[in-house]
Design a protein. Structure first.
Length: 108
């Protein structure tokens, strides 16, 4: 009887770790799928960051400026975070703290 209990506990731990790993894999897969994209100034379609020619309108694309790059990085970060439940939870927690601080300030 004890043997079975131990076996079940071991299996539960094993499968728990396994499913956590799978969740992590799924997140990194989503990350890999999201490419850093830029918008074509002519047709406003999303094209690959390193593209020199727009694949929609064949417009020649100029190299990315620093400002553009910053914007792309920012958008990328926001996109990535939307896939990560841990980061999302932390963000919501932070927002809640800011909100409660704001409420406190409003009341005083
Ligand atoms: Zn285009």
């Amino acid at each position: 009887m004890l043997y079975w209990i131990i076996l079940i506990i071991v299996l539960a731990i094993f499968f728990g770790a396994h499913s956590r790993q799978r969740k992590k894999d799924a997140i990194s897969l989503e990350r890999a799928k999201i490419d850093k994209m830029r918008t074509c100034p002519l047709c406003a379609e999303l094209v690959q960051l390193n593209a020199k020619l727009c694949r929609f309108c064949q417009n020649e694309l100029l190299p990315i400026s620093n400002n553009e790059m910053e914007e792309i990085e920012l958008n990328y970060k926001i996109k990535i975070e939307s896939f990560d439940p841990d980061v999302l939870a932390k963000k919501q927690d932070k927002e809640r703290k800011i909100q409660s601080k704001k409420d406190w300030n409003d009341n005083t």
